[in-house]
Design a protein around this ligand. Structure first.
Ligand SMILES: [Zn+2]
Length: 245
């Protein structure tokens, strides 16, 4: 069995109806979901599952099922009672939209950062409170210049588009793969790419805002030299963070 990934085609969806396929120590598996599972550096979604009879289950995180490829596990909050969520149960799955919005803004901002820092990426983490990218490079980076560069790309309001390309097309353009540690998934004949018009193009299956203006006020809060060949750039929101986690 597998979970239909509604968030891949429409990152704006906040809820959907679904049927429970399974429930085990990994979490609740649905036939379809709007919950993004942790991956590609982006944190998993939180939210709620509600049965038609009104039982509500708080979901603290979302993961790809560790044992069953293609299934997405909705991880109940600690101590939550998941006993009503047996296979066959009809539910409404609803994400924490503020937390997701933060993930989408930061995730899109990391693509802008990639365009400003033309070096390979060998680490990435995106949460609701901060995002960080590790660049494989030894040159120094300037915090104020990067913050100004992000602000310029946000102000220019570029369209953010997702599309599919064939593996053959990707192989003919190895420069598309910026990440050294996270290779695009292979074997399906096609790969999802994220294009910020005129700015950046790379394989990505995460969730993003629709235009760079929606990234809003994102600033570089810290630049660290993690090793001789690693520079870590940390991003934060200029306004108070919401939906931390
Ligand atoms: Zn992305």
């Amino acid at each position: 069995m597998s979970t239909e990934e509604l968030f891949r085609e429409d990152a704006m969806l906040q809820s959907c109806e679904a049927t429970v396929l399974g429930a085990d120590e990994a979490g609740i598996v649905l036939d379809r979901t709007v919950f993004y599972p942790q991956g590609g550096g982006q944190a998993g979604d939180a939210g709620t599952l509600t049965t038609t009879s009104g039982a509500l289950l708080a979901i603290a995180d979302t993961r790809k099922h560790p044992a069953r490829p293609g299934e997405i596990a909705h991880v109940p909050a600690a101590g939550a009672d998941a006993s009503a969520f047996v296979p066959g149960t009809r539910v409404v799955a609803c994400i924490d939209a503020l937390r997701r919005r933060a993930h989408m803004r930061f995730h899109t901002a990391t693509h802008l950062l990639c365009a400003l820092v033309p070096h390979p990426v060998d680490g990435c983490s995106i949460t609701a409170g901060y995002a960080r990218l590790d660049f494989h490079m030894n040159e120094p980076l300037d915090k104020a210049a990067l913050t100004a560069g992000i602000a310029r790309l946000v102000a220019e309001d570029h369209a953010v588009l997702q599309r599919w390309i064939s593996e053959a097309e990707l192989d003919a353009n190895p420069g598309l793969v910026r990440s050294m540690s996270v290779q695009p998934p292979r074997g399906q004949g096609r790969i999802r790419v994220l294009e910020i018009e005129g700015v950046d193009l790379q394989p990505c299956g995460g969730t993003h805002v629709a235009r760079t203006a929606e990234v809003g006020a994102v600033v570089v809060t810290k630049i660290e030299k993690k090793s001789a060949m690693t520079r870590r750039v940390v991003l934060g929101f200029a306004e108070p963070a919401v939906g931390r986690g």
